[in-house]
Design a protein around this ligand. Structure first.
Ligand SMILES: [Zn+2]
Length: 224
């Protein structure tokens, strides 16, 4: 009997006790991670991660001879429920990674990095997942004006290949310092090709999928 190549896993629990779920599609080969909803007030990224998950589950046999795709559609379920950027400890999860540049100082309260690096269970869930299934590539969905494909680590060519499909601008700096971010942690310190995929704010899920679908499939196919 053919082994099913789709698995749902609980990878951790939020501050308020909600499960953080991951879908693993494919069972051998190069590993790519997709994350949505680090910021609870950016639902665009959650919606596209769910859309991608559904699409890949339907089409896995054609696409995944030599790939493992791990999708965490909602990293910050409490923030999503409460429509806040931060988690229930008021921590910006994208400033809570254990980087060399982690600092207690925050430019603004919305960037509060927490009492210490990796203090938050949502961040520890992602760190554990990265250790268990070490990725070559990570795509982390957010939304921002201006939309862009921002890269960290060895991801310039990957960003450019994706941009051929969605024509989003490729950038190597978001325009302000981001100590403790996933980009600094995974891209710069662990040498993983990382794309912070900034969708246009308020884009509908249909439009987002229409303009991003091929770029996301390219991210999976692309060989670094
Ligand atoms: Zn964001």
């Amino acid at each position: 009997m053919k082994k099913s190549s789709v698995e749902r896993k609980v990878i951790g629990t939020s501050v308020e006790g909600t499960s953080i779920e991951a879908w693993k599609i494919g069972h051998q080969g190069e590993i790519i991670h997709f994350y949505g909803g680090f910021h609870g007030d950016e639902p665009e990224g959650v919606e596209i991660a769910l859309k991608l998950k559904d699409y890949l589950i339907q089409h896995d046999a054609d696409l995944f001879q030599n790939k493992i795709v791990l999708i965490v559609p909602l990293v910050n379920p409490d923030g999503y429920k409460n429509k806040t950027r931060v988690n229930s400890h008021k921590v910006d999860l994208n400033r809570n990674f254990p980087t060399k540049d982690w600092t207690k100082e925050a430019l603004e309260p919305k960037y509060y990095p927490g009492p210490k690096p990796a203090s938050e269970p949502e961040v520890r869930a992602i760190l554990d997942l990265m250790d268990q299934f070490y990725p070559q590539k990570i795509i982390s969905f957010h939304s921002l004006i201006p939309h862009q494909l921002n890269y960290d680590g060895p991801a310039k060519k990957l960003a450019e290949a994706m941009s051929c499909y969605n024509h989003y601008p490729v950038t190597d700096h978001i325009g302000y310092p981001t100590p403790g971010s996933l980009g600094n942690y995974a891209g710069q310190e662990r040498n993983i090709a990382l794309i912070t995929y900034e969708l246009p704010e308020k884009i509908s899920k249909e439009k987002a999928w229409e303009e991003s679908k091929e770029a996301l499939l390219e991210a999976i196919r692309f060989v670094l």
